[in-house]
Design a protein around this ligand. Structure first.
Ligand code: NAP
Length: 300
C-alpha cells in the first residue's frame, strides 16, 4: 500500500482563504477587523522570522497585525505593562508572546497575564481546563491544525482508536483532549510507555509529537492507519554538502507510507497549519468578543 500524502500546505492555504472570506464579511456587515498582537522579546533570529511570517499572513488575511518588540533585558513589569495595554485594547482580539523568552522571564507567568479570551495560542491554564472539561476553549494552534487535517481525511473521528505519542502541554495533551472531544478512544504514549510499537499498532490514528527523528517505523503502524507527524527535527545532510542539514519528522515517512492509509510529510504537513490556525483562533476570538456566530469549520 502507498499512503495518501496529506498536503498540509494546500490545506493551510485553504484555511487562510476561508479566514480571509470571513474577515471580509465581518468588515462589510459589522465594521469589525480582527486584530492580532505579537510580543517579541529579544533578538532570537528564528523568532524574528516566525514573527515576520505571522505578521505577513495576518495582514494577507485582512486582519490588523500589531508587533511589540521588547529588548532582551526587559523586566517582567514592563512585559506585563504591555500585555495589560493589549488586554484592554478593543482593537486587539488575539495576543501571543513569541517563545522562547530570555531566561530571566517566566513563560508561564506571561501566559497567565494574557486574558484567556485573547489567548489565541491556547496556552492559558483556563483554556487548558476548559478544553479538558468540554467547555468552549481556545485550542492550541498545532493540535487544532492536526484535528482539522484528521477531520478532513476521515470525516467523523467517533469510535476511532487514536494514539498520541507525547504528553506536552503544547501538543500531546491538548491533542488527546481534542480527539476525545470528537469521541475517539484515546491513548497517550510517552517515554515510559511499555512496548510503544504494540500500543501504536492498535491505532486507526497515530499522532507523533516527540522530537525524535524517524522514531515511528512501518512495524508500528496498522495497515491503513492515518499518521500525523508533528515532529520537527533538523538532522545533518552531508549529501547536500558539508555542514548542510534537513528537516525530518518523528515518523520514518518512507517506511510508514508503505503501510499507512494516509500520512503527513515533514516539511509540508502539520507545520503550515500552525499559523493558519493562529489566524482562525484570532477570528474566533473576535467573533466571540462581539457575540457573533463562530466561523464554521475553523474551531474545535
Ligand atoms: P516536548 O515538550 O519535548 O515533549 C515531547 C514528548 O515526547 C514528551 O511527552 C516525552 O515524554 C515524549 N517522548 C520523548 N522521548 C520519547 C520516546 N522515546 N518514546 C515516547 N515518547 C517520548 O515536545 P513538544 O513541544 O510536544 O514538541 C514535540 C515535537 O513537535 C518537536 O519535534 C517539536 O519541534 C514539534 N512541534 C511542531 C510544531 C509544528 O508547528 N509542526 C509545533 C510544536 C511542536 P515524557 O513526557 O515522558 O518525557
Amino acid at each position: 500500500m502507498t499512503a495518501k500524502r496529506i498536503d498540509g500546505k494546500a490545506f493551510a492555504a485553504d484555511v487562510r482563504a476561508r479566514v480571509a472570506t470571513h474577515v471580509t464579511r465581518l468588515k462589510d456587515v459589522h465594521g469589525l477587523t480582527p486584530g492580532l498582537a505579537v510580543v517579541l522579546i529579544g533578538e532570537d533570529p528564528a523568532s524574528e522570522v516566525y514573527v515576520r511570517n505571522k505578521g505577513i499572513q495576518t495582514r494577507e488575511a485582512g486582519m490588523n497585525s500589531f508587533e511589540h518588540k521588547l529588548p532582551a533585558d526587559v523586566s517582567e513589569e514592563q512585559v506585563f505593562a504591555v500585555i495589560d495595554q493589549l488586554n484592554a485594547d478593543p482593537a486587539v482580539h488575539g495576543i501571543l508572546c513569541q517563545f522562547p523568552v530570555p531566561p530571566h522571564l517566566s513563560e508561564e507567568r506571561i501566559v497567565a497575564k494574557i486574558l484567556p479570551e485573547k489567548d489565541v495560542d491556547g496556552l492559558h491554564i483556563l483554556n487548558a481546563g476548559r478544553l479538558v472539561s468540554g467547555q468552549k476553549a481556545m485550542a492550541p494552534c498545532t493540535p487544532l491544525g492536526c484535528l482539522m487535517l484528521l477531520r478532513d481525511q476521515l470525516g467523523s473521528l467517533s469510535g476511532k482508536n487514536a494514539v498520541v505519542i507525547g504528553r506536552s502541554n503544547l501538543v500531546g495533551k491538548p491533542m488527546a483532549n481534542l480527539l476525545l472531544r470528537d469521541s475517539a478512544t484515546v491513548t497517550i504514549a510517552h517515554s515510559r510507555t511499555v512496548d510503544i510499537a504494540a500500543v501504536c499498532r492498535q491505532a486507526d490514528i497515530v499522532v507523533a509529537a516527540v522530537g525524535r527523528p524517524d522514531m515511528v517505523t512501518a512495524d508500528w503502524i496498522k495497515p491503513g492507519a492515518t499518521v500525523i507527524d508533528v515532529g520537527i527535527n533538523r538532522i545533518p545532510a552531508p549529501e547536500r554538502g558539508e555542514g548542510a542539514t534537513r528537516l525530518v519528522g518523528d515518523v520514518d515517512y518512507n517506511s510508514v507510507s508503505t503501510v499507512a492509509g494516509a500520512i503527513t510529510p515533514v516539511p509540508g504537513g502539520v507545520g503550515p497549519m500552525t499559523i493558519a490556525c493562529l489566524l482562525a483562533n484570532t477570528l474566533t476570538a473576535c467573533c466571540r468578543s462581539h457575540g457573533l456566530p463562530e466561523p464554521d469549520g475553523l474551531t474545535a
